[in-house]
Each structure stands twice: as C-alpha cells, then as structure tokens.
Design a protein around this ligand. Structure first.
Ligand code: 3HC
Length: 693
C-alpha cells in the first residue's frame, strides 16, 4: 500500500501521509516520506512542499510497536533533518492529532498551519521515554525552555488555538486547510524561508533558563523512580548549553537508552494491552451496541451517586432512584457537594456543574426506571435485595433495556434468574469513587447477549472509563486477586512483619498506599462483615475489629490517628496484639526484608491470576493487568501483576509459591497448573493466546 501520495497543485507538491489507523511513522512511511520530499525537491517546476495527512489524525508519532526492534533506516531524526534542510520550504498541514514524532515532524517543517480540531503534544513521557527526534531541542527553541519542558513533562497535548498562542503553529485555519497550507508554502517560496527552528536561539535566554531550572528541580524530586524525567531535564538543559547538533545527538542517545529500560517496556506494554482489552475475543467487531439515550441508577448511596455522575459527565440524562424522598435527597445533595469540590478546585465551572446536575433527576420508586435504556443497580450488597429489584425491573423496564448490577461479589447469573430476560442482564462493576476511578469491569455471565456486552464496552468508553470484560465468579478479576493479597498480608503479620513494614514495602514497590493503610482508610468493618458472612477468619484483622478499631473513622485501626490525622502512627498496642497472636499460633516471629514482603504479597495474586486465566474469567493476561492498573493503583511502570510476573520469571514465582505452600501448609498457595506449565516450558504469560471470556 502507498503510505505517501505525492500530488502537485501548481508549484506546490503535496505529500499526503496515509498510513491508517493513525499515520504512525513506521519504517515504510519514513522511507516513503523521505522519497516524496526528495523527489519534490528535485522537480524544477516545484517551489514548495506541503506535508498533509489523510484521515482524522495528522501523525500519532513513531510506531511504538517498532521500539526495541533493530532500527530501520531512515531513522526519524534523519528524515526530519532532510526536511528541515530542504532548499524548498516545507509546510505542515496539521489536520488532527500531531503527537510525539508527529509534532516533531511538524517542528522540522518551516511553517505549520493547523485545523481547529488539531491537537499538539509530546506524550513520550507516558511511555517512559523522552522525545527522540528533536522534540527536546526544537520545542524549547520555538516556545521557550520552561513552557517546552512543562509540556513534555506532562505529556498533555494542547489545542490548535493554544498552540497558536504558544507560537507552536503559525495559523489556525477554519476553512480549507490544504488551500491555506499551499498559500503559506507559495508565500515562503516567494519571500524566502524563515530561519529553521534548529537555528533559533532567542528563546534560550537566562530568564527562560531560570524558570526551567525551577520546574525541573521539583519534577526531579517528585519522580525519583522515573529515569525519563531525569533524561528530559538533561536533554532540555542541553538545548540551552549545547549547539543544536550535539543536543540532538545527546537526545537520541538518551532516548535509545530509555527504550531498553524495563519501565518503558512496561508502559508500552500497557499502551497496547489497554487497546487490546477493548476487543473481546468471541464478539465480532460488527456486533452493534444498543443505543443508550437515558439511564437510571438504583441506589443513591456513595456508589450510586458516583455512577449517576459518570452518566451526567458524559451528557447522558440519568434518573437517580431511592426508596424514600429523604434518601434520594441526601444522595442528590452528596452529588452536588462532590461537584462543589471540583468547582472549588477550579476543575469545573459553576455553569458546568449546573448543567450536570440538571441531567440528574432524583426519583422515588423503581417505576421511575420505566423510560431508561439502561438501569444500573447499586443497592445494598445482598442477594435477596438484588433479586427483588431485578424481579420488579423485569415488570417495569421496556423490552431490550440493559439491566446492570454493580455488585462486587454476588453471582450475577442468580440475579439474572430473577428476570424473564437473563440475556439482557450484565454486571457493570464500578470502582469507588465511581466518578474518579477509570476501571469498569464488564461482567459477563453465561447467557448474556453479545450486543449487551458490546454495549457495556461502548458505554465504558463513553463514560471515559477503561472497560475490561470479565467472567462471572466471586470477586470477578480485581477483588478475587485482592483477596489473595489481603490474606497474604495477614499471614505476614502473624509470621513476623509489622503493619508499617508491610506498607512501606508496598509503597516502595510503587503503590500509593499499603494494604493496612488502605484498610484503615476504607474501614476494617466492611471486610469483617464480609468474612463473617463467608465464615472466614483473619486473626489480627478480626481482633482489631472486635476491639472497635475500624480504622480512620474510629481514630484507630492498624495504626493510630490522633485528632483526625490522615497518616497513621505505629501503635504499640497493635504490635503487642500481633505478637500475642503469633505466640498463640505457635509461630516464632522473624524479620522479613522488603523484597520478601513484596514477593509474599504478590506471588499469590499472580497464582490467582493464572487460575483466572485457566477458567477463562479473563481472556488475556493483559486484561488482568489493565484491571489492576486502573482499579487498584498498580504502578503503571510495573505493567500490572502478570507483566510483573513475567519480568521476575515464572520459574522463580513457582519456586517461591511452593516454598510458601510447604511452610504454611496452605494448599491454595500451590502453583496453579497453568503457572507450572508455563514455567516448565520457560515461557511467560505474554506467550499465551487470548481465550473467550
Ligand atoms: N504507534 C503504533 N500504533 C499506534 C500508535 C503509535 N504511535 N498510536 C496509536 N496506535 C494504534 C493503536 O494501538 C490502535 O491499534 P489497534 O486498533 O490495533 O488497537 C490504533 O492505532 C488506534 O489507536 P486508539 O485506539 O488509541 O485510537 P484513538 O482514536 O482513541 O486515539 C490517538 C488516537 C490519540 C492518536 C492515540 O492512539 C494515541 O494517543 N496514540 C499514541 C500517541 C503517542 O504516544 N505518540 C508518541 C509515540 S513515541 C514517539 O513518537 C517517539 C518519538 O519522539 C521518536
């Protein structure tokens, strides 16, 4: 397929990039573009060149799938050097997203015009990288070192209008972009090219340097674990200190080194796994989602209110239903307060808040769900309650309406059996706070119609969530694995670790919070109630709850929270209690290193993940990772539990699990057959093929 089309319009040659889906700068495209520009430069009747793009995107950057493979000539910096050095002016017609190498391409041109819908950004930082084709050298020269650094550090893109204000583009064109680009090209051909960005130095002054160094200092403090932040600082500093060519060479060297870094590999893996998760094996892409014009949410508690906000934020009118006027008013007021915080923080205007509140209609009684296209039940977590609601909804809801439950643990097939239309019933498991957390587990019991699953995924996208389709089992994917970590954390306490040691090991690994600080924040009573209902025991956790230590809300849990402190303090009483429990169980306590703690917490999760894959509850290891990254704050640069397991080596994990199983006599720690098999074959989870959920 031809990736670049060269056409002439008068004396202007137009090189149109056409490399669907997003015009990524793959080796073929780089070669074709270089050839097109070289050809146009050699044609005597051509006086200027326009680089344009087909489709919605200008250029989404380098082809990420090529990273880590042997480099193929021409490399992007070589192509861009040729463009900038062209004797004939080259103009970029930026029709849509110009990201990463796409923006670097535009910066190598002699002028840039953009459509109003264009987005411009250097998001390499999110992939654990820095721009590697001149971005760190050209952007500071064009818009100033401080602003350029901030833009590359955040990875956020700017709109065409913002780009114009920054001096990133020379014009925003409401009319025909190509006409305008050709006109600019002709003008430059007639009047002479401007100084190329690489030769500009006026924005690299002392004031800019001072501003940049200030932001750089705080960035380095905040992201100590990310080598690309340090590399970005170094490279932008080079823009101030070194001639362009040397700065460019140093940038490339840093970029190449980062490509090989495990953290960048993990982030690139996540990029593709997230997109893959949207494709459900066994459901054809031609299956159409059902139209959703109006929603209803049952239950106006924290969860129900948060879900209603998700719909309102996406512009979908939603009825928020409770059993009494008092309860619905309380729920509605809580939603208003939550929006109020955003208004106070400045992330939402008052008008926007009012618009969103106007989309939420409080109502009493299930009858109010009669006109909804989707109903999400977020009522009390008890099977009897859910079955009653679904039985009633079956009588009230229109045919074809999607009946969803937000249950975290209950069997959705049993809930669906309360209706005469189980094919329309699905789980939509939001995570708290629902209006913030990105994850949506779309739970698919056997018998749910394909288009209902497709609607769940489409809805997730519409709500700005990352939707992952999972099978129906206790705790689905996320909570089922979390339960393993919780048990392992309790086991560690009894074996000899203390809560602050476990939490420190977990935050040292990269989580924002350790399991005990998390339990104190969420309230230990919730899992206590759950354990009691399932007949499960956890000696330390149970003893704390029996003593009324539910965590932050009672001022004490695993830690002490004097006068409402948010950060817990060690408590001798708890540590003595833990020692007593160890003694009661005949355990001789011993010290654990941070690495041992991490292994003992995470290996059982990986083992459960393997079982989840064996059972087809998740289709791919990547789906499990996406759940953990978006629902449980797993550090993105560690790629998720299954990716992490691959980096450790499955044979190592099997060995550690066997040792733990022998030590504790807990058969659930025996490695899952899938884990054993992969380890024996010297393979990783990444070698598995997808299986229908
Ligand atoms: N390389 C390879 N594939 C890419 C890609 C890239 N840069 N960008 C997107 N894709 C693929 C996706 O994997 C997806 O493939 P699939 O259909 O097989 O799953 C397809 O293109 C469509 O992508 P999205 O689903 O993300 O489409 P959207 O329309 O939602 O978003 C986008 C489009 C905003 C361009 C988004 O894809 C995006 O943000 N892309 C990545 C941008 C990026 O990070 N660029 C920097 C790359 S690194 C670089 O340029 C280094 C340089 O400095 C040398």
């Amino acid at each position: 397929m031809e990736t670049v089309r060269l056409t002439n319009r008068g004396a202007v040659a137009i090189a149109t990039i056409d490399n669907p889906p997003v015009n990524a700068l793959s080796a073929n495209l780089r070669a074709a573009l270089l050839q097109a520009v070289t050809k146009a430069a050699a044609e005597p009747e051509i006086s200027a060149i326009v680089i344009a793009a087909a489709g919605r995107t200008f250029v989404a950057g380098a082809d990420i799938s090529e990273f880590g493979k042997p480099p193929v000539s021409p490399l992007l910096p070589e192509l861009l050097a040729a463009i900038e050095a062209s004797a004939k002016p080259v103009v970029a017609a930026v029709n849509g997203a110009a990201l990463g190498g796409g923006l670097e391409l535009a910066l190598a041109c002699h002028a840039r015009v953009a459509a109003p819908a264009a987005k411009l950004g250097l998001p390499e930082i999110r992939l654990g990288l820095i721009p590697g084709a001149g971005g760190t050298q050209r952007l500071p020269r064009l818009i100033g070192g401080a602003k350029a650094f901030a833009m590359m550090l955040s990875g956020e893109s700017v709109s065409a209008e913002e780009g114009l204000a920054l001096g990133l583009v020379d014009g925003v064109i409401a009319g025909d972009l190509l006409d305008a680009a050709c006109a600019v090209a002709e003008m430059l051909a007639a009047n002479g090219k401007p100084v190329p960005i690489s030769a500009k130095t006026d924005r690299l002054n002392a004031a800019e340097r001072g501003d940049f160094e200030l932001v750089a200092k705080s960035a380095l403090e905040k992201a100590a674990e990310m080598p690309n932040v340090a590399a970005l600082v170094e490279s932008v500093r080079n823009a101030f200190d070194l001639p362009f060519e040397q700065g460019l060479a140093a940038e490339r060297a840093l970029f190449v080194k980062l490509i090989a870094d495990e953290r960048s590999k993990a982030l690139r893996y996540v990029f593709f796994a997230e997109r893959e998760a949207a494709r459900v094996p066994g459901i054809d892409a031609s299956v159409k989602p059902r139209p959703l014009a109006r929603a209803a949410v049952i239950g106006a508690g924290t969860m129900g209110g948060g879900i209603a906000m998700c719909f309102a934020n996406a512009g979908i009118p939603v009825t928020l239903i409770e059993t009494s006027r008092d309860l619905v008013e309380k729920g509605y007021a809580r939603v208003r307060d939550t929006y109020g915080f955003s208004v106070k923080r400045g992330s939402l205007s008052e008008a926007e808040r009012d618009e969103r509140m106007a989309l939420i209609a409080p109502a009493v009684g299930l009858q109010a769900a009669a006109d909804a296209d989707i109903v999400v039940e977020a009522a009390f977590e008890e099977m009897g309650v859910k079955q009653q609601i679904f039985g009633e909804l079956d009588r009230i809801a229109k045919p074809g309406v999607i009946l969803a439950t937000n249950t975290s643990y209950l069997d959705i097939a049993t809930i669906a059996a309360a209706t005469s239309r189980p094919q329309d019933v699905i789980g939509l498991h939001f995570f708290s706070p629902a209006n913030v957390m990105k994850l949506l587990e779309v739970v698919r019991p056997a018998g749910t119609a394909e288009d209902v699953v497709a609607t769940g995924i489409a809805l997730g996208r519409k709500l700005g969530k990352v939707a992952v389709v999972v099978g129906n089992c206790f705790g689905f994917v996320g909570n089922r694995m979390l339960a393993q970590r919780t048990r392992a954390a309790e086991r560690l306490l009894v074996a000899g670790a203390l809560p602050h040691e476990v939490d420190a090991a977990v935050t040292g690994f990269g989580f924002k919070m350790g399991p005990f600080a998390m339990s104190d924040l969420a309230g230990g009573d919730i899992s206590w109630r759950m354990r009691k209902s399932l007949g499960l025991k956890a000696a330390v956790a149970d003893a704390l709850c029996e003593a009324g230590r539910f965590g932050q809300k009672t001022g004490k849990g695993y830690y002490l929270y004097p006068e409402g402190a948010r950060a817990g303090q060690r408590d001798q009483e708890v540590e003595a209690l833990i020692a007593r429990i160890s003694a009661d169980q005949g355990v001789t306590r011993r010290a654990f290193s941070a690495d041992e703690i991490v292994a003992r917490l995470l290996d059982p999760m990986v083992n459960e993940g393997a079982r989840i894959l064996e059972e087809g509850i998740a289709a791919r290891p990547g789906d499990i990772d996406i759940v953990w990254l978006n629902g449980y704050n797993w550090p993105a640069w560690r790629g998720g539990p299954m990716h992490w397991a691959d980096t450790v080596g499955l044979a190592t994990i099997v060995g550690r699990l066997e040792a733990q199983a022998a030590e504790t006599g807990d058969a659930s720690l025996e490695p899952a057959p899938l884990l054993r098999r992969l380890a024996a074959e010297g393979k990783g989870f990444s070698d598995l093929k997808a299986k229908a959920a």
